[in-house]
Write a protein that binds this ligand. Sequence first.
Ligand code: XMP
Length: 510
Amino acid sequence: MQETILILDFGSQYTQLIARRLRELNVYCEIHPWNKIPFIGADIRGVILSGSPFSVRDENSPRPDLTAIKGKLPLLGICFGAQYLSHHYGGEVLPSKTREYGRAKLSFVDHGSALMKHVKAHSQVWMSHGDTIKRIPENYRLICSTEDVEYAGYEINGEKSFAIQFHPEVYHSEFGTQILKNFVVDVCNCSQNWTPDSFIDVTIANLRKQLGTDKVIMALSGGVDSSVAATLLHKAIGQNLYCIFVDNGLLRKNEFDLVLDSYRTMGLNVKGVNAKDIFYNALKEEKDPEKKRKIIGAKFIDIFDREANLVKDVKWLGQGTIYPDVIESVSATGGPSATIKSHHNVGGLPDFMKLQVVEPLRLLFKDEVRRVGRALEISETIIGRHPFPGPGLGIRILGDITEEKVRILQEVDYIFIKGLKEAGLYDDVWQAGAILLPVQSVGVMGDERTYENAVALRAVSSTDGMTADWCHLPYEFLAKISNEIINNVKGINRVTYDISSKPPATIEWE
Ligand code: XMP
């Protein structure tokens, strides 16, 4: 049985970070909303209560029922979690007089506490709270303080319960990882056996059990998630996995053949479907970005459905969904929440297909998918690939799409991406691409006046695509790429570089 740490989420922006830190310690954990505590079985080794935007003094604040947990299992309250364990059990929490955001130094550390082992006094911790614990209940014991916050940490006598006011999950807390390790390893006795290899073994065994001799159909995108998911399914059920890779005419230059070849080399049972004309015809003269997206999504489903019908008795749809897409987020009011981000790599599961969904990566973060991919020996060109949107170049050609515009943009994009790779910049950039602008401008080539299109180059740094900054690429590099594009791509006489961050701009222009 998989040893698990349960993280109860009260809506903090840092909850996912707690999970990531534990996973980095090779300890498996799951995030659940505070009001949907799952069955507490033998595999739950300990529980962590997250922070929250709420004040425990607020009448509407979350009030989890901890009867099955407190005093029975190891428990760690963080920030709001620490205040909750004090406030509701006889302590006192009041609004802070001074702002307690950012850096603080530990002025007192009780090394006799299991949670504080190897944590240096005077080390930095990261605070972010508006309330402060003024008094702890009688059977609680202080284990650390900062200059401004006396009750920065405490433990509960006779229980394996601990709490800290600061955030150990953020990197700015110097001994944060040590504190989390003290909790999960020393207090909860987790054996740190959650590794890519163990994940692969367990997942393949589970997929075999779940799928038996059933057939699975899956759309591949060339991206890391669908490729890793397909490889796991392939290892579990072999030729009963039917993969489909559709050329919608909006992929990068040569991408269809290259990706198809690498899938075949990996031994996947994959069918390449050339559907370019279907997409171009459906998109003819459409200028509206959302309508273009819808047309591309709908045509994709038509083609996928047609291909699925060719596979006799197929029962399952494989998807590359990952953890951030499935974690239930706590609603702003703290009420029973159920906002599951609905994100399907294939652009939505049509109800009429009546297939069950199998998602081998639904518990992994993106960096873990990459680690698993490397352990599966999938080629680095797939694992390290930049994200690429489902509608592809369709949302990078502003305005209507024609085959000729696709060709022009493919050439520009090819020069830019190849240049980034050759200059050793590709892996420093989170996502890069080119945008064909519906703008013509005057230029001069030789002695001739030109009146041709402009392109924008975009390269951003990001961790999750939610926020992004433009990359400060070297001027010499931009100059070289600009020259190469204008000299080699007929139809382009002007190159610009996008220096907008997200927000307020977005990564894609449509
Ligand atoms: P934006 O433009 O919203 O993009 O800042 C954030 C990330 O999402 C990708 N993106 C999409 N991916 N279908 C997708 O599969 C889409 O319609 C779509 N729109 C944007 C974008 O490439 C970036 O990685």
